[in-house]
Ligand binder design. Structure first.
Ligand code: HQG
Length: 187
């Protein structure tokens, strides 16, 4: 399957399964599941030819394991990253490691220093256990900056953390006292 088609389809699936299911008249349940049959029909009305083989190829080739299929193979969902109000995914609550990382862009720093990390349009702030992943995430918005989050200390103070099935850590917000800034070497 060619990479360009896989990437385009992955972006389209992210769009409808995380953000705008109504754009193709798709219903998601509160756990984010959509019927694959309805997804294919909705996409077709939008002039986009999807089929089950292409969808399965996107699911299995996703570098970040963005999507999962139901056990019966009839439904698909995005495992995290939602902004649509129709979904309220019950992620697994878990004690985080001592530190987690968040990559952002320099242009957001001033605001983050004032407000801490806030979820923006998504339902959670996204954190990573790996520095390289966090830097790549920050790079999408400009010159990347790495933030080191004192996750264990937050947890001890009552903040809740969730671990999505693809390894991304989620929390509602990160107040400024738990954020360290700097280069990877001297954080
Ligand atoms: C920033 C990707 C100003 C925040 C990745 C980020 C991730 C603030 C942006 C997933 C702020 C939100 C999520 C504040 C936070 N003032 N800016 N107070 N607090 N921000 O895309 O974490 O490829 O919604 O730093 O791998 O970048 O889509 O979140 O730069 O896991 O599967 O506001 O998306 O996954 O941007 O990325 P996003 P994110 P996928």
């Amino acid at each position: 399957m060619d990479t360009k088609r896989l990437n385009e389809t992955s972006k389209f699936l992210s769009y409808v399964l995380r953000h705008e299911p109504q754009a193709i008249g798709l219903q998601l349940d509160c756990e984010g599941w959509a019927s694959i049959e309805s997804l294919i029909a909705g996409a077709a009305r939008d002039g986009r030819a999807l089929d089950i083989a292409l969808i399965r190829a996107v699911v299995s080739s996703s570098d970040k394991k963005r999507f999962s299929l139901s056990d019966d193979g009839l439904s698909i969902r995005a495992v995290q990253g939602h902004s649509t109000a129709s979904v309220n995914l019950q992620h697994v609550e878990k004690e985080p490691p001592e530190f987690l990382y968040h990559g952002t862009a320099t242009r957001f720093l001033q605001s983050i220093r004032q407000q801490g990390l806030i979820p923006g349009a998504r339902h959670h702030v996204h954190l990573s256990q790996e520095i390289a992943t966090a830097i790549a995430v920050g790079q999408r918005y400009g010159k990347p900056v790495l933030l080191k989050i004192e996750a264990r200390r937050m947890h001890q103070q009552g903040f809740t953390f969730f671990h999505a099935e693809n390894g991304v850590w989620l929390t509602a917000q990160v107040p400024t006292p738990f954020i360290r800034e700097g280069e990877p070497d001297n954080l």
